[in-house]
Design a protein around this ligand. Structure first.
Ligand code: MN
Length: 503
């Protein structure tokens, strides 16, 4: 569903006319070689296209116009092999609507000590050419990523790759549609927010649909479609033997399959990239969608429970960033704590809706009662999450701005099996530890819903926040509460000056 290879970044080299055709020919050849190497790099998940060197204000402007118009172009990588006077970039940058990565590299890795002469010096000038290039972006307050190092080195390619993933997610948000079935869980604050402001800043739209609109699709599912999906369930999941013998449980799974077929059809028909549900508004559905939501998330759809459209959009963006990487991405909720002083942990889960992309091994398909919502027992996949590094990300509407919050975590195995817990779950130790992480999270107003991922990195989220121009707070190994609280105050002042204060 999410194919990053269809997207492209343009590799643009800045120069000027005064070097003459010989030098400019070399500049072009070297740039083509670098673009080709980045295109072939396994760390870079999108196409990298070489573009002819820009040497005049008109060429820069025309290039930026073309980048804006190109649906395949998700961003520009710029570099100045030679000196490129930056006033010639102003008019182009003024209209550019795509993200920029400024690659500060040099064609030659090493100084050729015994042979270096002024010809070499005139060709390999990025050490000062890129500073002129950087100045104009700072002068224009342009959000961008700066990556420094030799273009063949893995750490440089990794940083470019992370930015490409963020740019792909950013591109995916532009014009994206998210469907909200019913409204918000009543009285909940953090899942609310300004959908108009979100569309203006992030490019996606969120609109509500009545449950009846969905139920029409659900009721149209045929027996043949349902049977075929049941076969797929049998092949993909562990089904307890009691389930095979128990007709009411089989009915519950048939109902889940019916909902899945209807939901998928509804989402495809409307071109949606994600959706929200709420257990307070299920009229016409036999059960709260659990298994269907889990499976649609695994296909790449964003999801937020209880009407949480911000988390839905964020999960979708994280799914795009994670495409093709090892490790899954899911809607998540901090559910229960283990406050043992020998090792404090968070048990993350939800009522049902955790994505099986984070499952350790084959998930178990089960049916259990749900004490909330007053509906029939819903089907769900139950599993643990493999140990290793991960993160939780959360988006809040602070009134005068959106705030993105990240906490890096280490997923750990459960200390003992959890035979009576009928939902999918992940157990983690937040960085730097639970008390500091939760203190910082709560001071930041962080939501209880998050996008959880074992594939997306803080760097990708950071690049994404830069593209979106959104506040980002990171809770990691280095977080210090006193400094973090100051950061919150400074950010209030900064964004207050930029966007206006709201009391
Ligand atoms: Mn919830």
């Amino acid at each position: 569903m999410i194919d990053l290879k269809r997207m492209e970044v343009w590799f643009v080299t800045g120069s000027q006319q005064l070097y003459g055709p010989e030098t400019l020919k070399q500049v072009a050849a070297h740039s083509r070689e670098i673009a080709g190497a980045l295109d072939a790099a396994s760390a870079i998940p999108v196409k990298v296209l070489f573009k002819p060197t820009v040497k005049t204000p008109e060429e820069v402007f025309a290039l930026c116009q073309r980048a804006n118009q190109s649906s395949g172009c998700i961003g520009l990588v710029t570099w100045c092999h030679t000196f490129s006077p930056s006033k010639m970039w102003i008019n182009g940058f003024k209209i550019l609507q795509k993200p920029i990565l400024h690659l500060h590299t040099q064609y030659n890795r090493s100084i050729p000590w015994s042979s270096i002469d002024m010809d070499f010096m005139n060709l390999n000038q990025s050490a000062h050419g890129d500073r002129e290039h950087g100045f104009i972006m700072s002068r224009m307050r342009l959000n961008r990523k700066v990556v420094v190092g030799f273009w063949q080195d893995a750490d440089v390619q990794d940083q470019i790759g992370a930015w490409c993933r963020a740019a792909a997610a950013w591109n995916d948000w532009q014009g994206a549609r998210f469907a909200r079935f019913g409204d918000n869980m009543r009285e909940v604050a953090v899942t609310e927010g300004d959908k108009v402001a979100a569309q203006m800043q992030f490019g996606y739209s969120v609109n509500g649909y009545g449950l009846g609109d969905l139920v029409k699709y659900v009721n149209a599912a045929t027996d043949a479609q349902i049977n075929s999906l049941l076969n797929e369930y049998e092949a993909s999941y562990r089904l307890p033997s009691t389930l095979r013998r128990n007709p009411p449980l089989r009915v519950a799974i048939r109902e889940a399959a019916r909902i899945e077929i209807g939901l998928r059809k509804f989402l495809k028909a409307g071109g949606f990239k994600g959706f929200t549900t709420t257990f307070e508004d299920l009229h016409g559905l036999a059960q709260l969608p659990g298994l269907p939501v889990q499976r649609l998330m695994a296909e790449g759809y964003g999801f937020g429970a209880e009407g949480d459209w911000k988390t839905c959009a964020l999960v979708r963006a994280m799914k795009v960033m994670a495409s093709g990487l090892k490790g899954g991405t899911s809607f998540m909720e901090d559910y229960t704590y283990h406050l043992d002083s020998k090792g404090m942990k968070v048990l993350g889960a939800h009522m049902l809706e955790i994505c099986p992309s984070i499952a350790k091994g084959k998930p178990s398909l089960e049916v259990h009662p749900l004490g909330i919502g007053g509906k029939a027992d819903p089907a769900r996949l139950v599993f643990d999450t493999p140990p290793g590094p991960g993160l939780n990300a959360s988006m809040m509407d602070m009134g005068n701005r959106f705030r993105l919050l990240v906490n890096e975590v280490e997923v750990v195995p459960p200390e003992e099996p959890l035979p009576k817990l009928p939902v999918a779950r992940a157990l983690w130790i937040p960085k730097p530890n639970l008390p500091v992480a939760a203190t910082a999270w709560i001071y930041a107003g962080g939501a209880h819903h998050t996008g959880f991922s074992q594939a997306v990195t803080t760097e990708m989220i950071e690049d994404f926040a830069t593209m979106a121009g959104v506040e980002l707070l990171v809770i990691d190994e280095d977080t210090n509460i006193r400094a973090f609280r100051q950061e919150l105050k400074w950010n209030d002042t900064y964004y207050g000056l930029c966007n206006g204060f709201i009391s």
